[in-house]
Design a protein. Structure first.
Length: 132
């Protein structure tokens, strides 16, 4: 009962708190007990998100990306064994919000990862394919 109360109390705090990525700097002295230090926040990663839907899916998957990065978008769908089953390159992204739809009806049922690349940024999300 106490564990359930802790989860209910902590969970809203975790999801409402912004997440930051930090740059690290290695210590100059190899004998130093601190191997790296947090130097500065790089960017607020809460402003960037990749959403997939519907999950699970049977035939098509909608991809929604919100990121300030613009340029060419490359993405791939990778199965649990690391094999690339779908690869698309050089799609245009001219605004922070981007949407695309891919046909996944030809791949087998299972768990997959979608890796999306825009400039130097990489986004990853997973989805389940059902039926076939």
């Amino acid at each position: 009962m106490l564990a359930l109360i802790c989860v209910l109390f902590i969970t809203p705090f975790l999801f409402s708190t912004p997440i930051f990525a930090f740059e690290t700097k290695k210590a100059a002295n190899e004998n130093d007990s601190t191997k790296s230090k947090l130097v500065r926040p790089l960017k607020n990663t809460a402003q960037m998100e990749l959403k997939l839907g519907p999950v699970p899916t049977q035939s098509s998957l909608n991809i929604y990306l919100n990121s300030p990065a613009t340029g060419k978008v490359d993405f791939r769908v990778v199965d649990m064994n690391g094999r690339v089953v779908i690869l698309k390159k050089a799609l245009d992204k001219q605004s922070p919000e981007w949407h695309n739809q891919i046909n996944v009806s030809h791949i087998s049922s299972g768990l997959y990862f979608l890796e999306l690349f825009v400039g130097n940024e990489r986004f990853t999300s997973k989805f389940v394919k059902m039926g076939r």
